[in-house]
Design a binder for this molecule. Sequence first.
Ligand SMILES: *[C@@H]1O[C@H](CO)[C@@H](O)[C@H](O)[C@H]1NC(C)=O
Ligand SMILES: *[C@@H]1O[C@H](CO)[C@@H](O)[C@H](O)[C@H]1NC(C)=O
Ligand SMILES: *[C@@H]1O[C@H](CO)[C@@H](O)[C@H](O)[C@H]1NC(C)=O
Length: 510
Amino acid sequence: MWCHRLLLLATLAISAAESAGRMNALDGAAIFADLTPREMRNVRDYLTNRPELGLTSARSKKLDKNSILLMELHLPRKHEALRALDRGQARPEREARVVVQFGDQPRPNVTEYVVSPLPIPTSHRRKTFKGDRPIKFESRPMTWAEYAHVYALLEKVALTAHAVLLESTGFAFHNCTDRCLTFSDIAPRGLASGERRSWIMLQKFVEGYFLHPVGFEVLINHRSLDPEQWTVEKVWYNGQYFDSVEELVERYESGEMEKAKLPEHDDEDLFSTYVPRGHSNTRTDKHGPKLVEPQGPRYNVERNFVEYAGWSFAYRVRSSAGLQVFDLRFNGERIAYEVSLQEAIAFYSGDTPAAMQTKYIDAGWAMGTSDYELAPGIDCPEIATFVDRYHYYDTDKPIRYKNALCIFEMTTATPLRRHFNSNFSGGYNFYAGLENHVLVVRTTSTVYNYDYIWDFLFYQNGVMESRVSATGYIHATFYTPEGLQYGTRVYSYVLGTSTRTSFTIKWTWT
Ligand SMILES: *[C@@H]1O[C@H](CO)[C@@H](O)[C@H](O)[C@H]1NC(C)=O
Ligand SMILES: *[C@@H]1O[C@H](CO)[C@@H](O)[C@H](O)[C@H]1NC(C)=O
Ligand SMILES: *[C@@H]1O[C@H](CO)[C@@H](O)[C@H](O)[C@H]1NC(C)=O
C-alpha cells in the first residue's frame, strides 16, 4: 500500500511580488495592534490634563464624577488601511477610542472621544453616532465604585432582615465567618429607557456561589448619583412579594406568610465545587493523550501578525467585545478584511423576578476585558504560544492580563480528506489521505458565572471556522414549583433556568 502526504506550503522560491505582499501584511498588522500600555498611559495623561473635561480617578467612590470608563484602539477607515496593506503606503495614524462618563454635570452623559495621534496624542474629537442622540447616562455599565455602594446598601438590607436570613438559610451577611452570603445582580436594569433599577439575588458565599440562590431577591433603584438616595423598591422572598424589607420582617415575625427553610448546609457535600470527586473508570495516575510538536512549531507569530500554512492575519482583543482578526489572507489573497466577535446575548425567563428579567448582553459587561489567564494543558495545550493582553477598563492604569490569548497548531484526529479506492473484488487500487492540522487562536471571556471559549480555526484547505464553547456555571435561581416551566431543578432548592443564547461574529469582505 502506498500513501502520499500533501506537504504544507513549502518554502519554494517566492516571487518578488509575493514577498512585497507579505511585507505589507506584516507591517500593516501594526494598524490593528491593541493599544500598548505606554499608549494607554499617554492617552490618559493627555485627557487628564484637559481642564475642561475635569477628569478624576475612576476608582474613587464618588459616582457624580467625570472619569474614563474604557480605552481601546480606534480603527482607521478601511480604505485608509488598505492603502498601506495593498500598496505599501504610509500607515494611517494610530488613534484611541475613549469612553468617558460625565457624571459631574447637571445632565450627565456618556461621551466617546477619538484621541490622536499615538503614541503622543495632541488632539481629541467627539465621536458621533447616527442621529447624534446622547447616550443615556443610566445605560452605562456598572463600575467597581457603584458595586461598592450596592454592597453597602445590601448590608443595610441584610441587617434589617438578619433574623429572617439566618433562620431561613443558616447564612448571614453579618458576623458570618464561614456561613456568609453574597449577591449577584442581573440585567437589564429596568424595563424602560432611563431607568436604573436592578434585581439582586442573595446567594451562599461558597465555591460556586452562582448555584446557591437562597430565595431572597431585592429590587434596588440606584439611578441617583447620590447613593444615599437609593431605595429598595421590592423584596421577593420564597415566592412572595413585599414593598419593603421592613414589611417582610414584620410579616415574617407575625407568622402571616410562608417561611422558607433551606436544608442544613453540608460542607462535606458541596455540589458546586470543582474539586473532583466520585469514582472514575479512567486511571488518573497515568497521563492522557497530549499534543506534541516533534520538531517545534510550524507557525510564526510576530507581535500581532501570524502566519501558518497558506494563512496570514493580524489579531487583536478588543476590550469591549473580544477577539478580532484583520487582513486575513490565504496564499497571499485577502479573503476577509475583518472577522470579529461582536456580541454574546443570553435571554432567560423564569418565576422569580431575577430569573424572569435576565437578559444578558455581554459586551455591556466588557466581555473583552474578562480574558483571564489560560492554564497550559487545560485551557490550551502545553505547546501553545501564550500572549499577554492589556486592558484599560474601570481603572486608572493599564492592567496586564497574563497569558490571556493562546495560539497553537493541533490535529483534529480526523483526516481532512481520505479515500480508499476499492477494486470491488476484495482489494484496492489505491489509498490516499491527508492529516488534518489546524491553527487555533483562542481567548476566553468569563462573564461572571459563565466562561465562553472563543476559537478562530484556520484549516490548511483555506477554511476558517469560528467556534464558541460555553462552560463555567449556569445561571441558577431559587427553585419554586412554577419555575419548572422555565428550567430544570438541579438541586433541592436550585433551578437551572433555560436560556436562548446567541453570538454575533462580523465578517467584512475584502
Ligand atoms: C456630554 O457632556 C460633555 C461634557 O460636558 C459635553 O461636551 C457634550 O456636549 C455632552 N454631550 C451631549 C450630547 O450633550
Ligand atoms: C455582630 O457582632 C457584633 C459584636 O459582637 C455585634 O455588636 C453585632 O450586633 C452583631 N451583628 C449582628 C447583625 O448580629
Ligand atoms: C482486487 O484486489 C485483490 C486483492 O489484492 C486481487 O486479488 C484482485 O485480483 C483484484 N481485482 C482486480 C479486478 O483488480
